[in-house]
Design a protein. Sequence first.
Length: 358
Amino acid sequence: MGAMRADRLLSLLLLLQNRGRMTAPELAEELEVSVRTVYRDIDALGASGIPVYADRGPVGGYRLLDGYRTRLTGLTGDEADSLFLAGMPGPATELGLGADLATAQLKLRAALPAELGERSRRIQERFHLDAPGWFRDAEEVPHLGAVAEAVWRPRALRVDYRRWRGEVRRKVHPLGLVLKGGIWYLVARAESAESAESAESAESTESTESAEGAEGAEGAEGAESVRTYRVSRILNAEVLDETFERPTGFDLAAHWAESSRRLEEMRFQGEAELLLTPRGLRLLPMKFGAAGEAAVAAAGPPDADGRARVVLPVESLPVATHDVLWLGAEADVLGPPELREAVARTITELAQRYAPSG
């Protein structure tokens, strides 16, 4: 019997054990096979001594003999690993663990007492985690499987990577994968010759691009540095036979939190002084998140027209100009002069472009 069919038979058995009576179409939908395949699998279970019975009639279906419970609930290594992604079936599938996760959940539920099994089913029915942000298509990550393999084994990885300034080839030591806002990132240690080039590239990259997944400079470790790579920008990935030693005491979660904090600090390059209408004050947190909320909280008293002065952290001049224009007539730029001039220049160009001809 093939491994795939054996896994399917076990899943079928666990479904009947966990849910009780199920029809052939219901089993086919769960197992993603045809009804005819379900009939063959039921026959195979019966031939192997599993007491599966068919109840006839409009409320009929297949069920196990009352009191029968399988002891085949031991988890494989992959299934146990997949349980850490139990709240994220989409990412588990992307990592190639979707089938393992489904089987592991069935085995775990089969091992639980009836009351706890029912409780876990209700939780799955009523709570759902959707990690990606709104209005963003899912990124193609064709090399995520190879990257995950290199992280797990661990093995060195040679990648062709698309930076903002062009493509490069790198050999890196992968330390971990992070899913942030529906986007996969690889945290890896680059060799010293590549680190200097990477840092130079990162310094020339605008902070907004970095926040969206461009390479960002990270802390150095001796002659090597730990850096972040957006997996969707990996054009080719080759898992090498070369092994490596993980940095002593390296903590992926702590490293990500610290690098995120540094990136947030690097992101803002100045401050804009704005005069906002009441509607502008309401829009500010929508556009700028925590920075906008802090600016509104520290806003000055409203003037006779209800407008309030706020000081908002801003990024580079082009990004700040775009952000201020997003607020439209709800914001007057009081300073700095270069931002006010850039906004006025852009508005003038747009007015000329859309002025009626003739």
